[in-house]
Design a protein around this ligand. Structure first.
Ligand code: ATP
Length: 385
């Protein structure tokens, strides 16, 4: 039998070394775990202090006053107050700016930019791609608008030379869908001006408590983007006599209107911001809006007559591949129709042909489209065919 010989001296040393190595690696492990736990504790401490901190409120700046003072309106409850703020925040503030305020109503920081607030309600096109040849009829009306809006922007020297003051604002009125917005866009295109549209009814219904401020922002944006055309659609929503009945909602609408009048009064007739508005109900407008120096040129945009309807049909049927369609017949069948309805008829006729997988759009497709768009009754329908 072989005898096993242990090297007790050297062997013990190896064991100890081994043990030390083991303990060292355990220590490193524990140190790593300790680091992780310390990080976790710090994170939890941060979250804890965050939870203990009271939430901040959002307010918007109504006016930046002198000596570090700011006039604010809190969102939600519409409470208005004046607060004093630190110099570095004060320098950044503009009317319309959103800010975060703490419990003691001091501004903690600003939120976003003023431009963010504006784009929520305004449509801005740097130079719309609508040209006059895309508008059927309305020649005299277009000329009147060009004189009042486009020429002061493109030929200001003629006005100066002759000492003529162009109208301050121009109001288009007529039934919906007759091309009021279209004209405003085409004029902006022609004058290489930015087109800024704001809807009066959206302003009143979506931006309760912010109407006057939005009007201020609209004009600030118009100055920034000049030369520009401001187009206020459905102006009757803010400028109608009927809405001013003494309720709190009407007080808000009244404030919005006052702001609009103040902005218009502060404008130079010959400046490079032109103001247009549109309504379906000119008779309902507050006379304050129609005084000289405000909307002092009023142009009616009527329903298109037969000749204009033919032009509108030609414009909207042009991209369609048609077969034997006599547009003059369609003109006879669309008395009292608006340009928007004629556009819808052409689109619908095209869709019917697509559904039938036809080679071209036919007169019959147009007839069906007229019936659908004009919601004809059975008896009207018989007369019609
Ligand atoms: P609203 O009062 O509802 O705002 P509006 O008078 O401003 O209506 P637009 O938005 O200009 O009407 O017209 C809607 C669409 O109808 C236009 O985009 C255009 O396609 C078509 N349209 C209206 N009038 C004409 C026209 N005279 N020539 C060509 N297209 C027209």
């Amino acid at each position: 039998m072989d005898e096993i010989i242990y090297d007790t001296g050297g062997g013990e040393g190896d064991l100890q070394n081994h043990r030390i190595q083991e303990l060292k690696s355990q220590l490193t492990d524990l140190q790593m775990k300790n680091d992780l736990l310390t990080k976790e504790i710090n994170q939890l401490k941060r979250e804890n202090s965050q939870l203990k901190r009271p939430p901040l409120f959002v307010a918007s700046v109504i006016e930046v006053l002198a000596d570090g003072e700011v006039y604010l309106r809190q969102q939600g409850n519409n409470q208005e107050y004046i607060t004093h703020t630190l110099d570095e925040i004060y320098r950044e503030l503009r009317p319309g700016q959103k800010v975060a305020v703490n419990n003691s109503l001091s501004i903690v920081r600003t939120i976003g930019t003023t431009f963010d607030a504006r784009v929520r309600v305004m449509e801005l096109e740097e130079s719309p791609d609508v040209t006059f040849d895309k508008i059927g009829g309305l020649r005299e009306e277009i000329e009147e608008v060009r004189e009042a809006v486009e020429y002061p922007l493109t030929r200001p020297h003629i006005f100066t030379r002759l000492g003529v003051e162009p109208p301050k604002g121009i109001l288009l009125f007529g039934p919906p869908g007759t091309g009021k917005t279209l004209i405003a866009k085409a004029v902006a295109h022609q004058a290489h001006a930015s087109f800024i549209r704001m809807s009066g009814s959206e302003l009143v219904h979506k931006f309760i408590g912010e109407g006057a401020q939005m009007v201020r922002e609209l004009f600030a944006l118009a100055r920034q983007k000049a030369p520009s055309i401001v187009f206020i659609d459905e102006i009757d929503a803010i400028g109608s006599m009927r809405t001013h009945d003494g309720t709190s909602g009407s007080a808000e609408v009244q404030r919005t209107l006052m702001q609009l009048l103040a902005e218009m009064d502060g404008f130079d007739n010959r400046g490079d911001v032109r103001i247009m508005a549109a309504t379906n109900r000119v008779d309902m407008l507050d006379p304050a809006l129609l005084r000289p120096g405000r909307f002092d040129r009023i142009v009616e945009i009527p329903l298109p007559d037969a000749e204009s309807r033919l032009e509108i049909f030609k414009i909207h049927a042009a991209p369609l591949k048609t077969d034997g369609v006599v547009l003059e017949d369609m003109v006879r069948l669309t008395e009292n129709s608006t340009g928007a309805e004629i556009q819808a008829i052409c689109r619908e006729a095209g869709m019917i042909a697509v559904r039938n997988e036809a080679k071209a759009v036919t007169g019959d497709d147009f007839l069906r489209a007229i019936r659908k768009v004009k919601h004809l009754t059975a008896s009207e329908d018989r007369m019609f065919l």
